[in-house]
Design a protein around this ligand. Structure first.
Ligand code: PEP
Ligand code: MN
Length: 338
């Protein structure tokens, strides 16, 4: 249930709503605006309550039932577009933010070359997987701790915030010390224990869409992170599984305007894992920006032929540079900068 307070409602009136909800065993999330305060009342049995229980309290403007399963990620809870700030880089503002780098951290020279290339081309955040959840247990699983140390070193050298995937609740704490953004991968989008753990870690999180999950399931997964009081959530569309097999996954371009209507959270797009092939990545990246995405997550490798993971979908340094130049007029056409 969403309780909208009257403009100028007093702190006592707001607190009285929260106290009433708590006395009924319900959870409360406050959104204290300068102008207007909204109180979200959460709990499995809110559906059985009469809205009048809150409607009669002083200072209450309206009480709305939330029929959608997601609550905290909804525009009904918070309307203004959120901007997530990571070491001075904003995700969700007017400027398009590009995160780029190799699929996996392979060595110091590979990572620092990647940082140099993507930074020179205009990317603001460096990506690189240290823990790689692979489809087969016999594939390269990442450099793990050594990979994290390389990320930290290269972060210092190039002054670029880094993003890396977390796969295990036990790694969350340590990874949040090494990385500026934690990535929850597609295969873990509904790993609810992991979502709560990254919520408690309190650092920015990129939540990738599960490739067999609906937009509603995705936003409900975001609620797990938000419910821990961590509002630094960035959504990432990365393609879904369909009957089409000419691409690795089908990039769901429609999810961009759908999410933008439903949620205030920043949304980026990963064209690399959707395409599965370097030749298709630029077109998908441009389409994503044209459709309203706030940023991109792109795999770039100094030498894709030598990549240990996802070489086929990784852009070469020159292809990435060209794409960044080509994105500029598209961003400007939709009122953004890059
Ligand atoms: C990745 O970003 O390297 C990755 C494994 O992505 P996804 O979880 O979207 O497959
Ligand atoms: Mn990859």
């Amino acid at each position: 249930m969403i309780v909208e307070m009257r403009r100028g409602a007093s702190r006592e009136e707001i607190d009285a709503v929260a106290e009433r909800a708590k006395s009924l065993g319900l959870d409360v999330q406050m959104n204290l605006g300068t102008d207007k305060t909204v109180v979200a009342i959460l709990g499995s049995n809110t559906g059985k309550l009469q809205t009048d229980i809150f409607g009669v309290l002083p200072g209450v403007e309206s009480v709305t039932r939330i029929m959608k399963p997601y609550k905290l990620a909804s525009r009904e809870f918070h309307n203004a577009d959120a901007v997530v700030k990571v070491n001075g880089v904003e995700i969700g503002g007017k400027r398009i933010t590009v995160m780029a780098g190799p699929c996996a951290v392979e060595s110091e020279s590979q990572l620092s070359k990647s940082a140099e290339i993507v930074k020179a081309a205009g990317a603001k955040i460096l990506r690189g997987g240290a823990f790689k959840p692979r489809t087969s247990p016999f594939s390269f699983q990442g450099l793990k701790k050594e990979g994290l140390e390389l990320l930290r070193r290269v972060h210092r050298e190039y002054g670029m915030p880094v993003i890396s995937e977390v796969t295990d609740t036990q790694e969350v704490q340590e990874m949040s010390e090494y990385c500026d953004i934690l990535q929850v991968g597609s295969r873990n989008m509904q790993n609810f224990v992991l979502l709560s753990a990254v919520g408690r870690a309190g650092c920015p999180v990129v939540l990738k869409r599960g490739f067999s999950c609906t937009v509603t399931e995705w936003l409900t997964a975001a609620d797990y992170i938000l419910a821990e009081g961590n509002n630094q959530v960035i959504l990432c569309e990365r393609g879904i599984r369909t009957f089409e097999d000419s691409t690795r996954f089908s990039l769901d371009i429609s999810s961009i305007p759908v999410i933008k209507r439903a949620s205030y959270l920043p949304l980026i797009v990963d064209p690399s894992h959707a395409a599965g092939h370097y030749a298709l990545v630029p077109a998908l990246a441009k389409a994503a920006i044209a459709a309203g995405a706030d940023g991109l997550l792109i795999e770039v490798h100094p030498n894709p032929k030598e990549a240990l993971v996802d070489g086929l979908q990784s852009l070469t340094p020159s292809d990435f540079g060209r794409l960044m130049r080509e994105l500029k007029p598209i961003a400007e056409a939709v009122g953004r900068t890059i």
